[in-house]
Design a binder for this molecule. Structure first.
Ligand code: AGP
Length: 613
């Protein structure tokens, strides 16, 4: 997810643009840039790094202008560096464009543009758009707005974009499909933003550009809005009602809650372009060069830390069940120091949201030194892990700001599911019918998560009970065991309540001694092969007056009757259950932490990325 800002009007554009970028920093960034119209020419300043680095770059420059566009990049295609930063220029330097979204067919477009003799200088998907517009503008004898509209007809994917032209120094064109874009209406001035954050301090009069629409903003003229069929649309003016602070978190009180609710889209984005719905085929472009190594792996080692390690445990069930190859899951911090046996036909899969976790990075170097193939699953493009592994798949969950990982966890499991399905199918380990069924079950997950999120208020009620305790036990079996661990970690790290996750059967080997009427036991009792065993474990807890909070499959009555609280979740393929059963536990931890007055987004002692040992 990137941030876009633009301004056209009587004021100096640069301060509005830079402040706007700072307002959008929560959207994550790895590079930033600004393009300014000066004396009918476009001046461009952009660099890798923070907005502050861009500000430093511009400090001694002439940044006077009344028209400009600016961008904070959260890389999806191409390393975070100066050349990949936005804005991007057309070949003749007379057009500058910024973009938030993904051009899914950029390789096809790029190939055609190169064939037509264009020199693209970056690795981004965005750059093809500005060259496409230039090509149409030059050859079709149409005005810029029509060239933009025609070019976007050929784009598959999502965009919120702004473009300026040296030949039209008092005009700003914006367009939107799939990514947000707001137009702030001032007194003969226009403010553009990915959301209201860069706009709200100047005006509360906004137009939310609708899907497929394009707007032509010209000084001294009324705004012109067209739909994708080139039909003029009546501008619909709205009021920005909420504060700057709220806007930065959407309508959510905390980033963590926003990210829990973003999971349906995060999972869709982690599948986007990777399931060919026509053939129901999975394709992971990022690992294609090492697919042979993965198909011939004698063993998979999964190394990670924290929540990512829990995702790795789910990966063990997925890979061993579908691919039928041994899997070992390792804490990266232990793996790196115990002089492990690593063979050349091993494949190490490292999982990390940040791609900067020191222990996980060390595991990468260790495995590479021993000749193993190293595959990464990461959420930050261009991160150290993304650069140091042989290949990998990005989770595309968007920036995760809350320290407690939520959407990245479910996106990691989604990518692991795609990887396991792809390998199992290509190795002929599962029948085509099971392959297709699992793919359609995976594609149905986002809507099922949406259904679970509707229980937020009920889970908030349950949190009132848990918030008063000082200990909690989470238990589950099979693929729900890693979810029990993850639920316990969520509660620990944001509410500071001591919590442990256990395989349900392990309770009678000691932990059941902890059970009394003050101990909440959160049980994952969804429909699965060992459901009856979990029921027995619940009975053992109840016999000792433990309080039961259960997560059950929709329609369950047996466990519900045994529970003090029961949260129903939709049915899905057993192996995909973690994608659903983790959501109630994320919400529970969030509400308990809130009730205990904890800083949900920045819990004490923690950092979002543990880039040191
Ligand atoms: C998860 O909620 C924690 N923030 C923490 O355990 C985190 O998962 C761990 O530090 C690993 O981070 P990474 O995924 O960025 O490598």
């Amino acid at each position: 997810m990137c941030g876009i800002v633009a301004y056209l009007g009587q004021r100096e554009a640069y301060p509005i643009l830079i402040n706007g970028l700072k307002r959008l920093e929560y959207r994550g960034y790895d590079s930033a840039g600004v393009a300014l119209m000066q004396n009918e020419a476009i001046v461009l300043h952009k660099c890798k790094g923070k907005v502050a680095d861009l500000e430093e770059l511009c400090r001694d420059k002439d940044v006077s202008s009344h028209l400009g566009i600016a961008h904070t990049r959260w890389a999806t295609h191409g390393e975070p560096n100066d050349k990949n930063a936005h804005p991007h220029l057309s070949e003749n330097g007379k057009l500058a464009l910024i973009h938030n979204g993904i051009v899914e067919n950029y390789l096809v477009l790029r190939k055609e543009l190169v064939r037509r003799g264009y020199q693209l200088v970056s690795d981004t998907d965005t750059e093809v758009v500005v060259h496409l517009i230039e090509d149409i503008y030059k050859n079709e004898q149409v005005d810029l707005a029509e060239a933009v509209r025609l070019a976007l007809v050929g784009v598959v994917g999502t965009y919120a974009l702004a473009i300026i032209s040296a030949e039209n120094p008092n005009q700003l064109i914006v367009a939107k499909r799939g990514s947000p874009l707001l137009i702030g209406i001032g007194d003969n001035e226009y403010f553009i933003g990915s959301d209201g954050a860069p706009i709200v301090e100047y005006t509360k009069n906004v137009i939310y550009l609708q899907e497929g629409e394009l707007a032509i903003l010209s000084l001294g003229q009324d705004i012109v809005i067209k739909n994708s069929k080139n039909k003029a649309q009546r501008p619909y003016l709205e009021k920005l009602e909420i504060s700057l602070e709220q806007l930065e978190k959407g309508n959510f009180e905390h980033y963590m809650l926003k990210e829990i609710f973003e999971q349906p889209n995060a999972i869709k984005d982690s599948m986007r372009g990777r399931i060919n719905t026509r053939k129901d085929m999975v394709s992971l472009g990022g690992i294609i060069k090492y697919e042979e190594k993965m198909l011939n792996a004698k063993r998979f080692i999964i190394a990670a830390c924290g929540t990512s390690w829990h995702a790795g445990l789910v990966g063990e069930y997925l890979f061993e069940s579908l691919v039928r190859v041994p899997v070992e899951v390792e804490y990266a911090s232990e793996f790196r120091y115990r002089n492990p046996i690593i063979n050349e036909d091993d494949v190490l899969i490292v999982i990390s949201q940040s791609g900067e976790t020191a222990d996980t990075l060390a595991a990468v170097e260790l495995a590479k030194a021993k000749g193993a193939t190293v595959i990464g699953i990461c959420n930050v493009v261009g991160s150290t892990m993304a650069r140091n592994t042989h290949a990998g798949s990005y989770t595309h969950a968007g920036p995760e700001i809350g320290v407690a990982s939520t959407k990245a966890f479910s996106a990691q499991i989604t990518v692991l599911s795609l990887m396991a399905l792809n390998l199992a199918h290509k190795k002929g380990k599962i029948p085509l019918s099971q392959y297709h069924r699992l793919i359609s079950d995976l594609e149905a997950i986002p809507d099922k998560i949406q259904e679970i999120l509707m229980q937020n208020d009920y889970i908030k009620e349950i949190a009132k009970f848990v918030a008063q305790t000082s200990n909690a036990i989470y238990m589950g079996r099979g693929v729900n065991f890693p979810v029990a661990l993850e639920g316990a970690l969520k509660l620990k790290e944001i509410s500071y309540i001591h919590a442990e996750g256990y395989p349900a059967a392990e309770m009678k080997h000691g932990p059941i001694a902890l059970i009394d009427e003050a101990m909440p036991v959160i049980v994952l009792a969804t429909e699965q092969e060992t459901y009856e065993k979990v029921v027995s474990n619940i009975q053992e807890v109840r016999a000792r007056k433990g309080k039961i909070i259960s997560v059950v499959s929709k329609g369950d009555t047996l466990v519900k009757e045994m529970s003090d609280y029961a949260i129903e979740i939709p049915l899905t393929e057993e192996l995909l259950t973690p994608l659903l059963s983790c959501v109630p536990l994320q919400l529970l931890a969030y509400h308990v932490a809130l009730l205990r007055g904890c800083d949900v987004d920045k819990p004490r002692n923690l950092a979002k990325s543990v880039s040191v040992e």
